[in-house]
Design a protein around this ligand. Structure first.
Ligand code: 9G3
Length: 567
């Protein structure tokens, strides 16, 4: 390829709407152009990167028995109605009607599609396990598409679905995918961690998310400083913290004028926040509930939602609280509450002589002893893990980081095979539901994540395995025929040896060429200039390290291949 022919309109300025570096750099490097909010055209350089990521993923899927197919993007509503999900996903689902008025959606995911396909043809245990996957556009009408490809409304996903005869088979598929993901992201040159993730209503150890560690990541993860524990904060479990035993003192109500927040109450009553109970009122689709955590902790709303087995969970609006407890916002508490379910974090139930709201304005209770002064309908781990909390595996302090979710592996068990009646006959001719897993990789998001993790002030630094081209050859002056001729020769020899080279044959000042090469992020740069001819040496620059080295024009290919293998 020649830069003079390449469609990669680079920009000097950073477009205003781009908030994260990967979005800024893909626009500036002439890789991406926006068609609409969250909808992009991948220009040639980006498409070359995406195809490399896809190919790495394909190889790892195939190595684990994956069979690639391609399902429709447009999906009939009927199958979504069969699983009851047509009405669960509201505006996030792109819906349309055909000319006969029949309902369809643009596929946000393909559990319904793949299970409907397999149930028609798989009748016997002999046909299992099956691991079927596709690499295809997905559509989700995000309320606020942003961060470029990180949260788009159309994005490329590899989604694989496994069908096994039992949970043992599912565990094997899950492990196979877990390993394949680790290999694929390693080959893409990414630093990532697999973290335990919330598996929703299915619960259990049903899901891991693969996170590329980056400050711009939307996901918050915790990882242990001592063992290999790592989890999405939504999922991270916690011990109930024991407290030193105290004699239960008599309950008393005390005036706390204007002290509403934990900090205000703790200061007013001269107690540590750890001795207060934080009461938060939530509204589900069924009821108002009170969630209790220790004053220095936060409610983990995903855990609470899973405990309550509800579909919607929001902070209760003032009027809902008043209807049940009166005008006492800021002073609510669990003591003497009737007709409202109370969910308490385990650590609350270990407290002695605590402080909590008295359900009276400007009043709090002291010496509250859980069990004596109030009962909890549910006692569970509903608190949000925080930096330095004890690791649930080894008690060492946990650290927090932000991550970009690039992959997710998920045990579905019989969730879809049950609702869609995808069954097979076992050895004894008994009808059994297939046991499923689903496994997604955000291909386009992985490209963005690679940039988030590999860039500097001059632009992108591509890992060699996914770079749009591996080497750029730059004649210092394209007007100098001898320089251009030698550059052409070098370029041709690289290509002849299977190295993807691009030649910057533009009639531009060398500085402009160097700036563009650094912005686009080719791993290696070979400069052909006056010195090359006079002293018979090629100047090589390694983009990642800035290292400069010299090779002789008649034996450079081997060295270039060695350099690339390490990048
Ligand atoms: C929808 C819409 C958005 C969605 C879903 C359905 C997320 C939906 C979860 C998954 C689970 C796995 C296979 C690949 C890996 C992830 N957003 N999910 O089911 F209708 Cl509008 O997609 N699916």
């Amino acid at each position: 390829m020649r830069v003079s022919e390449l469609y990669a309109p680079t920009l000097r300025e950073v477009p205003g709407e781009a908030e994260v570096i990967s979005h800024q750099l893909m626009l500036r490097a002439g890789m991406l152009r926006k068609a609409a909010g969250g909808v992009y055209t991948y220009l040639p350089l980006a498409w070359r990167v995406l195809r490399k990521i896809e190919q790495i993923v394909r190889e790892e899927m195939d190595a684990k028995g994956g069979q690639e197919l391609l399902m429709p993007i447009i999906q009939p509503a009927e199958m979504w109605k069969e699983t009851g999900r047509w009405d669960v996903y509201g505006d996030e689902m792109f819906r349309l009607k055909d000319r006969h008025g029949r309902d369809f959606c643009l596929g946000p995911t393909h559990e319904e599609m793949i299970t409907t396909l397999v149930r028609a043809d798989v009748r016997s245990y002999r046909q299992l396990p099956l691991r079927l996957y596709q690499i295809q556009n997905k559509y989700r009408d995000e309320i606020r598409p942003r961060f470029g490809l990180m949260r788009g409304r159309e994005f490329i996903m590899k989604d694989l679905y496994s069908f096994d005869r039992d949970e043992e088979g599912l565990d094997a598929s899950y492990q196979a995918m877990y390993d394949a993901y680790s290999r694929a992201f390693t080959r893409c040159g990414l630093t990532f961690r697999a973290v335990e993730a919330d598996s929703g209503a299915i619960g259990g150890k049903g899901s891991h998310e693969f996170m590329v560690i980056a400050d711009s990541g939307e996901a918050k993860i915790v990882y242990c400083s001592a063992c290999d524990y790592a989890a999405n904060v939504e999922k991270a479990e916690l011990f109930s913290e024991e407290n030193p035993k105290e004699a239960a003192l008599p309950l008393e109500i005390v005036p706390t004028p204007g002290a509403k927040t934990i900090e205000q109450v703790a200061a007013f009553l001269q107690v540590d926040a750890k001795k207060t109970i934080k009461t938060v009122a939530y509204q589900t689709e069924k009821e108002l509930v009170l969630a209790l955590v220790r004053g220095d902790h936060e409610v983990n709303e995903i855990k609470l939602l899973n405990e309550l087995k509800c579909v919607a969970l929001n902070l209760a609006p003032q009027e809902a609280i008043e209807a049940k407890l009166g005008k006492v916002a800021g002073y609510i508490g669990p003591v003497n509450v009737v007709g409202i379910r109370i969910v308490a974090d385990g650590s609350v139930m270990q407290m002695y002589n605590a402080v909590c709201g008295a359900n009276e304005t400007d009043k709090h209770y002291r010496n509250v002893n859980p069990g004596r002064d109030f009962k909890a309908d549910i006692v569970a781990d509903i608190r949000l893990i925080q930096e330095n909390d004890p690791c649930p595996r080894c008690c060492a302090p946990v650290k927090t980081a932000r991550g970009i979710e690039v992959g997710q592996v998920f045990k579905l068990f019989t969730k879809y095979s049950h609702s869609l009646k995808a069954t097979f006959l076992d050895e004894n001719g008994k009808e059994q539901p297939m046991v499923m897993g689903c496994y997604g990789i955000g291909i386009s998001r992985t490209m963005a994540a690679a940039i988030e993790q590999n860039h500097d002030d001059n632009g992108i630094i591509w890992p060699a395995a996914i770079a749009p081209y591996q080497v750029i050859v730059i004649p210092v002056s394209a007007k100098d025929q001898s320089q251009l001729a030698l550059a052409e020769k070098i370029h041709a020899e690289l290509m002849a040896n299977g190295i993807e080279s691009i030649l910057d044959d533009r009639n531009e000042r060398p500085g402009v060429k160097f700036i563009d090469a650094d912005l686009i992020g080719y791993p290696l740069r070979i400069v052909v200039g006056p010195k090359t001819l006079a002293e018979n040496k090629l100047e090589i620059k390694v983009r990642r390290t800035g290292e400069q080295l010299y090779l002789t024009p008649d034996s450079f290919v081997g060295e270039i291949q060695k350099l690339l293998a390490a990048l």
